[in-house]
Write a protein that binds this ligand. Structure first.
Ligand code: 5GP
Length: 197
């Protein structure tokens, strides 16, 4: 029975844990993370800062904080990013303060970031759980990336090259989840977050 002032089952099941979701571009990270958000709205989902231009339908402050390079560099210099990386010609970073606040409040937090960032989080916060989202196959990933239609050919090539590097690092991660079905992958992620450790 829950006792007043003590964490309820919901709070104890989720430790104060940071989960990093990585995986190659086109693997469906955003869809899986959105499905996870629907399953557990109480999770804190970090909104990254990026110098990339918004894609159609992307909302500033919701999908990303879109900033120029000078603003990004200032955030890096001021130590305001938990991690940051350059990916396919653009800069991306995780604002430190909101993540630290969520964790301090006992909320589980999720970062959806690429490999270099995941490695920085691992170094800074060894307790973080690193999960790599994998495509069912390489051909499937190529199909998803080329079929997305949001990037030019050169950008797709750059993302495929990054994808190869990312998948080669799968062994560095605590867990690997294959995204054959978005809902199932989100549930698997939730299971991992729920595990006792
Ligand atoms: P996209 O341009 O497709 O939105 O993102 C490109 C890559 O950058 C994706 O792999 C995405 O997960 C990653 N990314 C997004 N935000 C961050 C961040 O804050 N830090 C790092 N290191 N990578 C990020």
């Amino acid at each position: 029975m829950a006792v007043a002032g003590e964490p309820g089952p919901e709070r104890t099941a989720f430790r104060r844990r940071l989960t990093v979701v990585s995986g190659p571009s086109g693997v469906g990270k955003s869809s899986v993370v959105s499905a996870l958000r629907r399953l557990k709205p109480e999770i804190f989902f970090s909104v990254s800062v990026t110098t990339r231009s918004p894609r159609l339908g992307e909302v500033d402050g919701e999908h990303y904080h879109f900033v120029d390079r000078a603003t990004f560099d200032k955030l890096v210099e001021a130590g305001e990013l938990l991690e940051h990386a350059e990916f396919a010609g653009n800069c991306y970073g995780t604002p430190r303060e909101p993540v630290e606040r969520a964790l301090a409040e006992g909320r589980p937090a999720v970062l959806e970031i690429e490999l270099q960032g995941a490695r920085q989080v691992r170094a800074a916060m060894p307790d973080a759980r690193l999960v790599m989202l994998m495509p069912p196959s390489w051909d499937e990933l190529v199909g998803r990336l080329t079929g997305r239609g949001t990037e030019h050919e050169a950008a797709v090539r750059a993302r495929l090259a990054e994808a190869e590097r990312e998948l080669a690092a799968a062994g560095e991660f605590d867990a690997r989840v294959v995204n054959a079905d978005v809902r199932e992958a989100a549930e698997r992620l939730l299971d991992l977050m729920d595990q006792d450790f």
